[in-house]
Design a protein around this ligand. Structure first.
Ligand code: C2E
Ligand code: MG
Ligand code: MG
Length: 702
């Protein structure tokens, strides 16, 4: 048996044994023997007291104790160990064993009792005893564990917040836990003996339960959300997991259902969903829900080959209401508008607030496009009724754009953008009306996008150039200044005129960047000509209304003037009358600031737009340019002649200089000369031309 392991010890761990024996020879013999077998580490104590001390200081897996010891005998030691809670299995050895001693030590808790053999054969017996005691000890440990686990399971069963129900194979409830009672309202006594169908709600059909049971039968479990009914009758959602417990033959012997009440969680989820999908002001669905619903409707329309319409509704004067009556009033109005739109619709239609004063109507099924037009008119009529805002009767109107599936697109995003485009056109066309999308709108939009893209590149790659058109002082009969006009040397299209790209630049906002380029170019030109032309030469540059309203204009001008050392007095700014729409006060501040820099101002295209003598007087203009339409044929058209004369007279009364644009004939020129016009500009005197060419003309004049 030597060298053979008889004891199961944990992997890699030696069993720690203490041998308390006053016969030193015997002690060492056992120590050596066990050492040789491997797996044991044996410590020795030579009397009871020393043994006790070691046991108190250090952990031992097992103690072998000689009964007859000096100071404390085996029995006494055993009792002290038990009294001190030192739980080590003890094997008692005696030289001469008596029944009484054996009974006493076993009663005191010894794990085993052995009588020494005179011939030393007891070593083998001790080893066997160790093995036996060790195994027993381990078994006890496992039992303790099983017991502890069961205790724990019971506790969990009692205190967990999840309801637990145990049924037998026939689905008769055997046990429920306290949480079951809390959630369902049924007590233990009411539940046990019943079928779980007492909990059933009618939210799920038989098919649902069928699928549940086939899953349990096939895989032994099922998990999912289910609506059940409390004892009070209230229906609530729960998350339920059912597991089948199988007997030895693989048949279900019990079912355990574990569930949690998820009604609060679901309510929270619903609240969050509502917040994400509805507009907080009007309570109408928002963009997120629109995308969902329109997507569904589109899907159905495709499947069933029906038509649907998307209406883009935008209020016409909302900004005015907001500015005039305040945001609270604006909000009130939006709520009412939402209500009015909804009242113009069928139940199956949906109204959505997209943002600000934009609403979308989804008509998931229409017979014909005219149906959508009729609804649009109903909406426009409803909105044009007076609103009571802060006790004031107020009027607003709406513009509506309509896109119809399948004609105008087969994707929610495309239909929306087409309806938007149509709405925009409806606004452009005079507001308070509806318009159907048509292909042309898209082509226009695409063309614009291409120009915008190419124009950005043009700025970067130097495809832009300033042309200069001479302006002649009639009194001096000399060219005293020039209007700077932009040209685009397009790599494929050749020379592109400003009317083909300035409006796009205005709409896209690119005009700011473009305008900065123009300002720089003109200042740079002044620097380049510094020593070649008369000091008094002035260059005028055009500033569009968007540029004018942009906060940066004066900074851009100042920066260019500084950078190119351009005299501010040489720069004239041309602005059209339309900027005055923004209100004279705003413009005045800007003009005054720039005037202080030394710049001059002309009103461009005078007579075509929004003119008011009152404004002209208030604002620091230096002159006006009579629009080409009045100048052309002024010598033969009596009506124009009267107008032009009046304009000149009025301007002079206000101390303003007059420039006549678009002079093409000698007769026109003569008329203007005769009626005291100060300056003339037109093809007759010189077309817009590149800088070098203009310089030559100037030099010839000198
Ligand atoms: P505008 O400021 O009224 O410029 C005068 C326009 O009339 C110029 O057209 C010029 O070429 C044209 N013109 C001059 N004399 C005659 C004539 O005798 N007969 C005819 N039929 N036309 C004449 P252009 O250069 O095509 O510019 C058109 C408009 O584009 C300008 O009108 C101006 O509003 C705008 N624009 C031009 N350059 C710029 C610029 O650098 N910035 C901005 N923001 N707008 C510019
Ligand atoms: Mg101009
Ligand atoms: Mg003009």
């Amino acid at each position: 048996m030597t060298g053979q392991k008889t004891i199961n010890q944990p992997e890699g761990k030696e069993i720690q044994i203490i041998y308390i024996e006053d016969d030193a020879g015997l002690a060492r013999l056992l120590q050596k023997q066990l050492h040789r077998r491997g797996g044991y580490n044996v410590g020795i104590a030579i009397d009871g007291e020393q043994g006790l001390r070691k046991l108190q200081q250090q952990h031992f897996d097992l103690a072998i104790v000689d009964y007859n010891l000096p100071i404390l005998n085996g029995l006494q030691l055993l009792r002290i160990l038990r009294d001190n809670g030192i739980d080590v299995p003890v094997i008692i050895l005696t030289g001469v064993g008596t029944e009484e001693i054996a009974a006493a030590v076993m009663k005191a808790g010894a794990a085993d009792y052995l009588v020494k053999d005179a011939d030393g054969g007891h070593i083998e017996k001790i080893c066997e005893a160790i093995a036996r005691v060790w195994q027993q000890r381990q078994k006890q440990g496992q039992q303790k564990l099983v017991f502890a686990k069961r205790k724990l399971a019971e506790k969990v069963f009692d205190v967990t917040e999840e309801g637990i129900v145990v049924t037998d194979a026939n689905c008769v409830i055997q046990a429920v836990n306290p949480a079951f009672t809390t959630i369902t309202g049924y007590s233990y006594e009411e539940a046990v003996g019943n079928n779980p169908s007492i909990l059933k709600s009618d939210r799920q059909d038989d098919q649902y339960y069928g699928r549940m049971w086939s899953s349990i039968n096939q895989s032994g479990s099922w998990e999912g959300e289910i609506w059940n009914r409390r004892k009070t009758g209230e229906v609530y959602p729960q998350w339920l997991a059912i597991n089948a417990i199988q007997d030895k033959n693989g048949k279900a012997s019990e079912y355990i259902g574990i569930f949690s009440d998820i009604s609060i969680r679901k309510a929270n989820e619903e609240k969050i969903w509502h917040q994400a999908n509805y507009d907080s002001l009007t309570g109408l669905p928002n963009r997120a829900l629109l995308v969902d619903r329109a997507g569904e409707a589109l899907h159905r329309a495709k499947r069933e080959k029906t038509s649907l319409a998307i209406l883009f509704v935008d209020l016409d004067r909302f900004k005015y209401i907001n500015d005039h009556y305040g945001h609270a009033a604006g909000d009130e109005l939006l709520i009412e508008v939402g209500r009015r739109i909804a009242s113009a619709l069928r139940d199956s239609d949906t109204v959505i607030r997209l943002s600000g004063d934009e609403f979308i109507v989804l008509m998931p099924v229409i017979q014909h496009a005219v149906d959508a037009g009729r609804v649009a008119e109903k909406i426009i009529a409803a909105i044009s009724e007076p609103f009571m805002i802060s006790d004031n009767k107020t009027y607003v109107s709406a513009s509506v754009g309509i896109a119809v599936f399948p004609g105008d697109g087969d994707d929610v995003g495309v239909l929306l953008s087409h309806a938007d485009m149509a709405m925009y056109k409806a606004k452009e066309g005079g507001r308070n009306q509806h318009l159907f999308y048509d292909q042309q709108m898209n082509e226009q939009a695409e063309k614009k996008a291409v120009i915008e893209h190419e124009l950005q590149r043009a700025i970067r790659e130097g495809q832009l150039e300033m042309y200069y058109q001479p302006v002649t002082n009639l009194q001096l009969n000399r060219i005293t200044h020039a209007e700077a006009l932009i040209r685009w040397n397009h790599p494929e299209k050749g020379l592109v005129m400003p009317d083909d790209f300035i409006p796009v630049a205005e709409e896209s906002g690119l005009i700011i960047q473009l305008g900065e380029w123009v300002i720089d170019a003109v200042c740079k030109q002044l620097l380049a000509w510094k020593h070649q032309v008369d000091e008094s030469l002035q260059l005028s540059l055009n500033v569009s209304p968007t540029q004018m309203m942009h906060a940066n204009l004066d900074r851009q001008l100042q920066a260019a003037i500084t950078r190119f050392a351009a005299p501010a007095g040489s720069i004239i700014i041309e602005i059209t009358e339309n900027v005055l729409i923004e209100g004279p006060d705003k413009i005045k501040l800007k003009l005054d600031a720039m005037k202080a820099m030394g710049l001059s101002f002309l009103i461009d295209d005078f007579g075509t737009g929004f003119s008011s003598m009152r404004y002209l007087k208030k604002l620091p203009f230096d002159g006006l340019k009579i629009d080409r339409s009045f100048v052309s044929d002024v010598d033969t058209d009596n009506e124009k002649a009267v107008l032009v004369r009046a304009m000149i007279e009025m301007a002079h009364n206000l101390d303003l200089k007059v420039v006549a644009e678009g002079v093409e004939t000698e007769a026109e020129l003569a008329f203007l000369h005769d009626h005291d016009c100060d300056y003339v500009q037109g093809y007759l005197l010189g077309r817009p031309m590149p800088a070098e060419q203009f310089l030559e003309i100037l030099q010839r004049q000198q």
